[in-house]
Design a binder for this molecule. Structure first.
Ligand SMILES: *[C@@H]1O[C@H](CO)[C@@H](O)[C@H](O)[C@H]1NC(C)=O
Ligand SMILES: *[C@@H]1O[C@H](CO)[C@@H](O)[C@H](O)[C@H]1NC(C)=O
Ligand SMILES: *[C@@H]1O[C@H](CO)[C@@H](O)[C@H](O)[C@H]1NC(C)=O
Ligand SMILES: *[C@@H]1O[C@H](CO)[C@@H](O)[C@H](O)[C@H]1NC(C)=O
Ligand SMILES: *[C@@H]1O[C@H](CO)[C@@H](O)[C@H](O)[C@H]1NC(C)=O
Ligand SMILES: *[C@@H]1O[C@H](CO)[C@@H](O)[C@H](O)[C@H]1NC(C)=O
Ligand SMILES: *[C@@H]1O[C@H](CO)[C@@H](O)[C@H](O)[C@H]1NC(C)=O
Ligand SMILES: *[C@@H]1O[C@H](CO)[C@@H](O)[C@H](O)[C@H]1NC(C)=O
Ligand SMILES: *[C@@H]1O[C@H](CO)[C@@H](O)[C@H](O)[C@H]1NC(C)=O
Length: 745
């Protein structure tokens, strides 16, 4: 075994021993320096194992070891003590008196004996805890002894039976077993058991007579006992012990502090006992010590109560914040008034908060209601009702124009984020937005609330919702819940034609071919508006900044804010003159009579713009050249066409085409509307010119020099375009302006 293991063992033993002694010595039971136990039996003072440790020689106990090695406390030389209690009792082993015979009726000496127990005068047989028991079927036995003051005493019991038939197990009631109660103060007892007929008739089931005194309840009679008691030697019995022969009144204050004197109730003498609320050995000086009742948690366990140990007793008191209240008939600890007030305060606080939350909730609801009302008002104010009505009259209109909610558009534009602005003008702002289905849209938001502008919005919605043409910007829907109505369009990424023509670097990228295509597309869109739409629509504000270009430079006519629907039975309308200076039909300006020929005039100006790359109205030019239309006409008159044309267009060398288009422009710009061609004619003519160009492309080999020139130019331009495409990054918001929001009308 290793050193550590030994150490652990030793430690363990030490701990166990310590715990044993700690448990045993809850309070001292013996005098100092005196052994207080023997063979596992506590020996409390006044008993003691040696001189000086017991009160007097009557209490002298010796600790002996019997022949089988068992250590036991013994009194009066012979009598084994099994327990000593300070309540004045001592348990001992008492011999059983036997009277045994063999089969032949001869006394079995070895197994026959009387039983006696002579103890000094301080011990008396406990009359309350013992019984005198006699067992046998051919038996009589008697008990002799002395009562106080040495009076002899004798009693006996007899039982006779011929069989075990009537024996009741567990009951010592006269058949084969009888028992007697004992008198007070009995001592120096001798028990003798006898037989009438030497057990001759009953020997086979009962060879002996037995008699003994035993602790009540420790012996239970049964048939077996008739035979088995033969081998049993001892029975437990109880003696009472007392001190001296005096009564308490004769020995005043004989017991120590915290204890009281009690007269023995079984003979002479007295005992000492700790007072209620104390424990310990009352025979020792300072033996009785106060019990800490508060260690028992059953005391003072009512709510708000606390336990306070006092000498010999305990009291319950109320913890802080509580007080005694007797109103319920019993003492109860009740919470103090101040605390109640605090509770009340807390309660009031909570209800206040609840009221606050509720009212703010109500406030929010009311606010929400107001907001909804406001939205409704805006909706109505913005002509929502009229629009709804008109839209509902049109077939398929819902498929074309959707009425968006304010929330949807707020979300799409990230709450009208500044960085999403793609166009700004005197008229309002255009935001780029992304709808939940990932469609990119342009959202047009008017700047000011103006009855007139709202009318224009509604007008635009009505006009556009009827149009489905590839060269007209598609209106996706609108929102009327806001103070200013919002229009939602398809997003056209490449800006306006105006930018392309008048931006120096961009202008050179648009070839004559593209310009002619854009012109044709625009003409087709206008022709559609004038002749295919029902009722016909007059755009009223045709200009290069209202023609948008998409990714493939396809023209998209936009901004129908000023457009008019022309009732079918009318060809002209009297309106307030509206439009953009430089593009405005002079006849219309004078007469205020609006016809579709006004659009033709404006388109003529756009055509001239495409040809010359000059702005429709420029104050940089001299007074006679200020209006491009007038300037162009006069140039034509002077036969100086090629001076005014855009240089790189001229280089492309389609002189014939350029002359034709110039002529067309001139016709469009005629002062009298009647003299101008219709948009239909213009579109057809332009389409024809384009076809002629393609035709020319196929049959060019006759004019080799021009072909070379053209091929070189074209391939160069092609290269440039390819290059341009690869680096074409839309990094500037300005490039994406879709709507010209000039205040120039
Ligand atoms: C107990 O024994 C110790 C040492 O053996 C001794 O010093 C002490 O005086 C003794 N106490 C009594 C009360 O005899
Ligand atoms: C010694 O005492 C024990 C316990 O009281 C007992 O069982 C045993 O029989 C005794 N031995 C002798 C030889 O008396
Ligand atoms: C000794 O007697 C006391 C008091 O009657 C009792 O509490 C205790 O259990 C007894 N001990 C034994 C070992 O019988
Ligand atoms: C009882 O027995 C004790 C101890 O043997 C003895 O001193 C005492 O005198 C006896 N009492 C009587 C009345 O015989
Ligand atoms: C026990 O006491 C009785 C009665 O006093 C006496 O007759 C008997 O001899 C005593 N026995 C012993 C062993 O002292
Ligand atoms: C009494 O008890 C014994 C065993 O202890 C058993 O054999 C017998 O039958 C019992 N007698 C009665 C009447 O119960
Ligand atoms: C003896 O014990 C029984 C049951 O245990 C009880 O009913 C009876 O009163 C007791 N007798 C005495 C004298 O203590
Ligand atoms: C302890 O106090 C209670 C109430 O004050 C009382 O009824 C009880 O008798 C007391 N107990 C003792 C042992 O003094
Ligand atoms: C009585 O008990 C108290 C409390 O335990 C203790 O302090 C005091 O010494 C005791 N008195 C006597 C004489 O034992």
């Amino acid at each position: 075994m290793g050193f550590i293991e030994i150490l652990i063992q030793v430690t363990w033993v030490a701990v166990v021993l310590f715990e044993l002694t700690a448990a045993a010595v809850e309070f001292p039971i013996a005098l100092p320096n005196c052994t207080d136990s023997c063979g596992g039996v506590e020996i409390p003072y006044p008993f003691g194992l040696r001189e000086g440790c017991y009160l007097n020689h009557h209490f002298s106990v010796s600790c002996t070891t019997n022949s089988s090695g068992k250590t036991q406390p013994v009194i009066s030389d012979d009598f084994i003590i099994t327990n000593i209690s300070l309540q004045g009792q001592i348990d001992m082993s008492m011999y059983i008196a036997h009277d045994c015979y063999d089969e032949q009726g001869v006394l079995d000496d070895k197994n026959s004996n009387d039983a006696w127990l002579n103890l000094s005068g301080i011990f008396t047989v406990s009359n309350t805890q013992n019984k005198f028991v006699v067992v046998g079927c051919d038996t009589y036995a008697y008990l002799k002894g002395y009562q106080p003051y040495n009076e002899q005493y004798s009693t006996g019991c007899r039982s006779q039976c011929e069989s075990t038939r009537y024996i009741v197990n567990g009951s010592c009631s006269g058949v084969a077993c009888c028992e007697l109660d004992l008198p007070i103060g009995l001592r120096n007892i001798t028990i003798t058991s006898e037989s009438f007929n030497k057990h001759a008739e009953v020997w086979r089931f009962n060879p002996c007579s037995y008699a003994f005194i035993t602790r009540n309840g420790s012996f239970t009679f049964s048939v077996d006992a008739l035979r088995s008691l033969r081998d049993k030697k001892e029975m437990p019995m109880v003696f009472d012990w007392a001190i001296g022969k005096e009564r308490c009144k004769d020995v005043e204050n004989i017991c120590g502090g915290n204890s009281t004197c009690i007269d023995s109730d079984n003979g002479p003498g007295y005992r000492c006992e700790c007072k209620d609320g104390y424990h310990g050995n009352p025979y020792l000086p300072h033996g009785c010590q106060d019990i800490d009742e508060c260690e028992n948690h059953d005391n003072c366990k009512g709510s708000g109560e606390k336990c306070l140990n006092i000498l010999g007793n305990f009291t319950c008191s109320c913890i802080e914040g509580y007080h005694w209240d007797r109103s319920a008939g019993v003492d109860l600890c009740v919470i103090n008034q101040p605390l109640l007030q605090v509770k009340l305060f807390v309660g009031v606080g909570i209800s206040f908060i609840v009221v606050l939350v509720c009212s703010s909730w109500l406030y929010l609801i009311v606010k929400q209601r107001k907001l909804i009302k406001l939205k409704r008002r805006f909706f109505e104010q913005n002509g929502g009702l009229i629009l709804q009505q008109k839209l509902s009259k049109q077939e398929n209109s819902t498929a074309i124009a959707k009425i968006f909610t304010n929330e949807e558009l707020k979300k799409a534009t990230n709450n009208y984020d500044e960085t999403l602005i793609i166009g700004r003008g005197g008229f309002g702002t255009v935001y780029k937005g992304i709808l939940p289905d990932n469609r990119i849209v342009a959202i047009k938001k008017s700047k000011t609330v103006n009855e007139n502008q709202i009318e224009q919005f509604i007008n635009e919605i009505l006009v556009l919702s009827q149009i489905n043409h590839r060269n007209v910007v598609k209106l996706l829907g609108c929102c009327l819940e806001t103070q200013v109505p919002l229009l939602v369009y398809e997003f056209i990424p490449n800006g306006t034609l105006f930018e392309y023509i008048h931006h120096e670097s961009k202008a050179s990228t648009i070839s004559w071919e593209t310009r002619l295509r854009i012109a044709t597309e625009t003409a087709e869109a206008l022709s559609y508006l004038h002749f295919a739409a029902s009722p016909p629509i007059i755009h009223r504000d045709v200009k290069s900044s209202n023609i948008l270009l998409d990714g493939t430079h396809t023209a998209k006519v936009s901004d129908f804010g000023a457009s008019r629907l022309v009732p079918l039975d009318q060809t002209q309308l009297a309106t307030m003159v509206q439009g953009t200076l430089g593009y405005l039909d002079p006849e219309y300006m004078q007469t205020s009579q609006l016809t579709e020929k006004s659009d033709v005039y404006s388109f003529g100006v756009v055509l001239v713009e495409l040809l010359t790359g000059k702005k429709a109205l420029s104050f940089d030019r001299s007074e006679e050249e200020r209006s491009l239309a007038i300037y162009f006409i006069s140039t034509l008159k002077d036969n100086r066409l090629f001076e005014i044309l855009e240089k790189h267009i001229v280089k492309e060398g389609k002189a014939e085409q350029l002359k034709e288009v110039s002529n067309l422009s001139k016709r469009c710009l005629r002062l009298k509307g009647e003299d101008r061609p219709s948009m239909k004619e213009v579109a057809t003519e332009l389409e024809g010119l384009r076809k002629m160009e393609m035709h020319t492309w196929v049959n060019v080999d006759s004019n080799s020099e021009e072909t070379k020139f053209l091929l070189g130019e074209t391939s160069d331009s092609y290269k440039y375009n390819a290059c341009n495409k690869s680096t074409n990054v839309y990094d500037s918001v300005g490039d994406h302006v879709i709507f010209d929001l000039d205040d120039g009308r």
